[in-house]
Design a protein around this ligand. Structure first.
Ligand code: URA
Length: 266
Protein backbone atom coordinates (compact mmCIF):
# COMPACT_ATOMS: atom_id res chain seq x y z
CA UNK A 1 0.00 0.00 0.00
CA UNK A 2 1.22 3.51 -0.78
CA UNK A 3 1.56 6.18 1.93
CA UNK A 4 -1.52 7.94 0.49
CA UNK A 5 -3.74 4.90 0.59
CA UNK A 6 -2.58 4.10 4.16
CA UNK A 7 -3.60 7.62 5.20
CA UNK A 8 -6.98 7.18 3.54
CA UNK A 9 -7.58 3.89 5.31
CA UNK A 10 -6.60 5.49 8.64
CA UNK A 11 -8.97 8.39 8.05
CA UNK A 12 -11.80 6.04 7.11
CA UNK A 13 -11.14 4.01 10.28
CA UNK A 14 -11.24 7.13 12.41
CA UNK A 15 -14.49 8.27 10.80
CA UNK A 16 -16.06 4.89 11.46
CA UNK A 17 -14.90 5.02 15.07
CA UNK A 18 -16.46 8.42 15.63
CA UNK A 19 -19.62 7.43 13.80
CA UNK A 20 -20.09 4.44 16.06
CA UNK A 21 -19.82 6.72 19.09
CA UNK A 22 -21.92 9.62 17.92
CA UNK A 23 -24.39 7.85 15.69
CA UNK A 24 -24.18 8.36 11.97
CA UNK A 25 -26.39 11.41 12.09
CA UNK A 26 -23.86 13.32 14.24
CA UNK A 27 -20.88 12.92 11.98
CA UNK A 28 -20.65 15.52 9.35
CA UNK A 29 -18.51 17.44 6.98
CA UNK A 30 -16.14 19.32 9.17
CA UNK A 31 -15.08 22.85 8.45
CA UNK A 32 -11.59 22.74 9.96
CA UNK A 33 -10.72 25.31 12.57
CA UNK A 34 -8.14 27.59 11.06
CA UNK A 35 -7.81 30.12 13.83
CA UNK A 36 -4.71 29.71 15.96
CA UNK A 37 -4.68 30.47 19.65
CA UNK A 38 -4.18 34.22 20.07
CA UNK A 39 -0.92 35.37 21.67
CA UNK A 40 -0.75 35.34 25.44
CA UNK A 41 -1.77 38.89 26.26
CA UNK A 42 -4.98 39.91 27.92
CA UNK A 43 -7.19 40.73 24.93
CA UNK A 44 -9.50 43.73 24.98
CA UNK A 45 -12.91 42.76 26.16
CA UNK A 46 -16.22 44.53 26.21
CA UNK A 47 -17.25 44.06 29.80
CA UNK A 48 -20.76 42.80 30.47
CA UNK A 49 -20.29 44.34 33.92
CA UNK A 50 -22.02 41.35 35.43
CA UNK A 51 -18.94 39.40 36.21
CA UNK A 52 -16.24 40.51 38.57
CA UNK A 53 -14.31 38.16 40.83
CA UNK A 54 -14.41 38.76 44.56
CA UNK A 55 -11.22 38.23 46.59
CA UNK A 56 -9.04 35.69 44.75
CA UNK A 57 -8.81 32.34 46.43
CA UNK A 58 -5.55 31.71 48.27
CA UNK A 59 -5.48 28.17 46.90
CA UNK A 60 -3.82 28.11 43.51
CA UNK A 61 -4.37 24.90 41.61
CA UNK A 62 -0.84 24.93 40.23
CA UNK A 63 0.64 24.02 43.57
CA UNK A 64 -1.94 21.36 44.49
CA UNK A 65 -1.70 17.61 43.93
CA UNK A 66 -4.74 15.86 42.40
CA UNK A 67 -5.73 14.67 45.90
CA UNK A 68 -5.46 18.21 47.26
CA UNK A 69 -7.56 19.52 44.39
CA UNK A 70 -10.23 16.90 45.14
CA UNK A 71 -10.19 17.90 48.82
CA UNK A 72 -10.31 21.64 48.01
CA UNK A 73 -13.29 21.17 45.69
CA UNK A 74 -15.10 18.98 48.22
CA UNK A 75 -14.49 21.56 50.95
CA UNK A 76 -15.77 24.40 48.74
CA UNK A 77 -18.87 22.41 47.94
CA UNK A 78 -19.65 21.21 51.44
CA UNK A 79 -18.86 24.33 53.40
CA UNK A 80 -20.21 26.96 51.00
CA UNK A 81 -21.87 26.08 47.71
CA UNK A 82 -24.13 23.37 49.02
CA UNK A 83 -25.69 25.68 51.64
CA UNK A 84 -25.68 28.82 49.53
CA UNK A 85 -28.56 31.25 49.92
CA UNK A 86 -26.98 34.21 48.15
CA UNK A 87 -29.71 34.52 45.52
CA UNK A 88 -33.40 33.62 45.25
CA UNK A 89 -32.66 30.47 43.23
CA UNK A 90 -32.09 28.62 46.51
CA UNK A 91 -35.81 28.89 47.28
CA UNK A 92 -36.86 26.77 44.32
CA UNK A 93 -33.95 24.34 43.99
CA UNK A 94 -34.05 20.68 44.95
CA UNK A 95 -30.31 20.18 44.68
CA UNK A 96 -27.30 22.40 44.25
CA UNK A 97 -25.38 21.24 41.17
CA UNK A 98 -21.75 21.87 42.05
CA UNK A 99 -20.10 20.13 39.10
CA UNK A 100 -18.59 16.77 38.48
CA UNK A 101 -15.55 14.98 37.07
CA UNK A 102 -11.79 14.94 37.49
CA UNK A 103 -10.66 17.63 39.99
CA UNK A 104 -7.33 17.81 38.12
CA UNK A 105 -8.85 17.76 34.63
CA UNK A 106 -7.02 19.38 31.73
CA UNK A 107 -10.37 20.16 30.13
CA UNK A 108 -13.36 21.87 31.75
CA UNK A 109 -16.78 22.31 30.12
CA UNK A 110 -18.84 25.21 31.44
CA UNK A 111 -22.58 25.30 30.77
CA UNK A 112 -25.31 27.68 31.73
CA UNK A 113 -27.19 26.28 34.69
CA UNK A 114 -28.94 23.14 35.87
CA UNK A 115 -32.20 22.04 34.21
CA UNK A 116 -34.94 19.87 35.71
CA UNK A 117 -32.96 16.60 35.53
CA UNK A 118 -29.86 18.17 37.04
CA UNK A 119 -31.91 19.82 39.80
CA UNK A 120 -33.46 16.43 40.58
CA UNK A 121 -30.14 14.56 40.75
CA UNK A 122 -27.56 17.16 41.77
CA UNK A 123 -25.40 16.21 38.75
CA UNK A 124 -24.54 18.45 35.78
CA UNK A 125 -25.67 17.64 32.26
CA UNK A 126 -27.64 14.45 32.87
CA UNK A 127 -30.76 15.25 30.80
CA UNK A 128 -31.09 15.21 26.99
CA UNK A 129 -28.49 17.93 26.52
CA UNK A 130 -26.26 15.98 28.89
CA UNK A 131 -26.61 12.83 26.82
CA UNK A 132 -25.42 14.72 23.78
CA UNK A 133 -22.56 16.31 25.72
CA UNK A 134 -21.53 12.83 26.90
CA UNK A 135 -21.47 11.60 23.29
CA UNK A 136 -19.44 14.62 22.25
CA UNK A 137 -16.92 13.90 25.02
CA UNK A 138 -16.75 10.24 23.98
CA UNK A 139 -16.15 11.28 20.37
CA UNK A 140 -13.08 13.14 21.63
CA UNK A 141 -11.80 9.85 23.01
CA UNK A 142 -12.53 10.87 26.62
CA UNK A 143 -15.13 10.01 29.19
CA UNK A 144 -16.91 12.27 31.65
CA UNK A 145 -14.67 11.23 34.53
CA UNK A 146 -11.61 12.55 32.66
CA UNK A 147 -12.99 16.09 32.29
CA UNK A 148 -14.75 18.45 34.70
CA UNK A 149 -18.27 19.68 33.91
CA UNK A 150 -19.89 22.60 35.68
CA UNK A 151 -22.14 25.58 35.13
CA UNK A 152 -22.16 29.34 35.50
CA UNK A 153 -24.90 29.04 38.14
CA UNK A 154 -25.26 26.12 40.50
CA UNK A 155 -29.03 26.23 41.07
CA UNK A 156 -31.77 25.81 38.50
CA UNK A 157 -33.31 28.96 37.06
CA UNK A 158 -37.06 28.18 37.09
CA UNK A 159 -38.47 27.23 33.68
CA UNK A 160 -34.92 26.84 32.32
CA UNK A 161 -34.65 30.55 31.64
CA UNK A 162 -31.19 32.10 31.26
CA UNK A 163 -29.62 32.96 34.61
CA UNK A 164 -30.18 36.62 35.55
CA UNK A 165 -27.11 38.86 35.96
CA UNK A 166 -27.63 39.00 39.78
CA UNK A 167 -27.73 35.19 39.90
CA UNK A 168 -24.54 34.92 37.85
CA UNK A 169 -22.92 37.50 40.13
CA UNK A 170 -23.97 35.62 43.29
CA UNK A 171 -22.44 32.37 41.97
CA UNK A 172 -19.44 33.91 40.23
CA UNK A 173 -16.91 33.44 42.98
CA UNK A 174 -17.75 29.72 43.22
CA UNK A 175 -16.99 29.19 39.52
CA UNK A 176 -13.77 31.16 39.75
CA UNK A 177 -12.61 29.18 42.76
CA UNK A 178 -13.43 25.90 40.99
CA UNK A 179 -11.30 27.01 38.04
CA UNK A 180 -8.51 28.25 40.31
CA UNK A 181 -8.36 24.86 42.00
CA UNK A 182 -8.61 22.77 38.81
CA UNK A 183 -6.41 25.06 36.66
CA UNK A 184 -7.48 23.41 33.36
CA UNK A 185 -5.37 23.66 30.22
CA UNK A 186 -8.47 24.39 28.13
CA UNK A 187 -12.02 25.56 28.89
CA UNK A 188 -14.93 24.88 26.54
CA UNK A 189 -17.79 27.31 27.06
CA UNK A 190 -21.18 25.97 26.00
CA UNK A 191 -23.51 28.64 24.65
CA UNK A 192 -23.94 32.33 25.26
CA UNK A 193 -24.21 32.75 29.05
CA UNK A 194 -21.05 30.74 29.76
CA UNK A 195 -19.11 32.33 26.91
CA UNK A 196 -20.13 35.92 27.50
CA UNK A 197 -19.63 35.83 31.25
CA UNK A 198 -16.30 34.01 31.26
CA UNK A 199 -14.87 36.10 28.42
CA UNK A 200 -16.55 39.26 29.72
CA UNK A 201 -17.86 40.17 26.33
CA UNK A 202 -21.17 41.01 24.71
CA UNK A 203 -20.17 39.31 21.45
CA UNK A 204 -22.47 36.37 20.72
CA UNK A 205 -21.66 32.69 20.39
CA UNK A 206 -22.30 32.61 16.64
CA UNK A 207 -19.39 35.00 16.13
CA UNK A 208 -17.10 33.60 18.82
CA UNK A 209 -17.50 29.86 18.34
CA UNK A 210 -14.67 28.07 16.65
CA UNK A 211 -12.21 30.86 17.44
CA UNK A 212 -9.73 30.44 20.23
CA UNK A 213 -10.06 33.00 22.99
CA UNK A 214 -8.19 33.55 26.24
CA UNK A 215 -9.64 34.09 29.71
CA UNK A 216 -9.34 37.64 30.95
CA UNK A 217 -7.82 38.21 34.38
CA UNK A 218 -10.82 36.90 36.32
CA UNK A 219 -9.02 34.83 38.93
CA UNK A 220 -5.73 33.83 40.43
CA UNK A 221 -3.58 32.32 37.66
CA UNK A 222 -6.48 32.08 35.21
CA UNK A 223 -5.65 34.92 32.81
CA UNK A 224 -4.70 33.61 29.38
CA UNK A 225 -6.26 30.15 29.77
CA UNK A 226 -7.33 29.02 26.27
CA UNK A 227 -11.10 29.05 25.81
CA UNK A 228 -13.00 27.45 22.94
CA UNK A 229 -16.58 28.71 22.76
CA UNK A 230 -19.01 26.31 21.11
CA UNK A 231 -22.74 25.78 20.81
CA UNK A 232 -24.70 24.61 23.83
CA UNK A 233 -25.85 20.98 23.37
CA UNK A 234 -29.49 22.11 23.86
CA UNK A 235 -29.08 24.43 20.90
CA UNK A 236 -27.56 21.61 18.83
CA UNK A 237 -30.56 19.44 19.71
CA UNK A 238 -32.96 22.19 18.69
CA UNK A 239 -31.15 22.85 15.42
CA UNK A 240 -29.93 19.39 14.54
CA UNK A 241 -28.64 20.32 11.10
CA UNK A 242 -25.52 19.06 9.36
CA UNK A 243 -24.11 22.57 9.48
CA UNK A 244 -24.53 23.08 13.23
CA UNK A 245 -23.26 19.62 14.13
CA UNK A 246 -20.31 19.98 11.77
CA UNK A 247 -19.34 23.28 13.38
CA UNK A 248 -19.56 21.89 16.92
CA UNK A 249 -17.47 18.88 15.95
CA UNK A 250 -14.89 21.11 14.33
CA UNK A 251 -14.66 23.13 17.59
CA UNK A 252 -14.07 19.95 19.58
CA UNK A 253 -11.42 18.80 17.15
CA UNK A 254 -9.57 22.08 17.68
CA UNK A 255 -9.69 21.35 21.42
CA UNK A 256 -8.33 17.85 20.85
CA UNK A 257 -5.49 19.30 18.83
CA UNK A 258 -4.71 21.84 21.55
CA UNK A 259 -4.62 19.07 24.16
CA UNK A 260 -2.59 16.74 21.92
CA UNK A 261 -5.39 14.16 21.78
CA UNK A 262 -5.63 11.84 18.81
CA UNK A 263 -8.85 10.50 17.30
CA UNK A 264 -10.00 7.36 19.12
CA UNK A 265 -9.13 4.18 17.18
CA UNK A 266 -11.66 1.40 16.86
N1 URA B 1 -27.80 22.74 30.59
C1 URA B 1 -26.78 23.35 31.22
O1 URA B 1 -26.34 24.43 30.83
N2 URA B 1 -26.25 22.76 32.27
C2 URA B 1 -26.67 21.59 32.72
O2 URA B 1 -26.10 21.10 33.70
C3 URA B 1 -27.73 20.97 32.05
C4 URA B 1 -28.29 21.55 30.99
Amino acid sequence: MTQNSTNLVDTARQLLAIESILGSDWLLPVSRNKNPLPPLQPAEHTSTATATAEAPSPTVGDTLSPEEKAAALAELNQSEVNNCKKCPLHQTRNHVVFGDGDPAAGLVFVGEGPGADEDATGKPFVGRAGELLTRMIHAMGLDRQQVFICNIVKCRPPGNRNPAPEEVQACWNYLIRQLEIIRPRVIVTLGNPATQNLLQTRVGITKLRGNWQRLPDIGNGLAGTPVMPTFHPSYILRRYTPEIRGKAWSDLQAVMQQLGLTMPKK
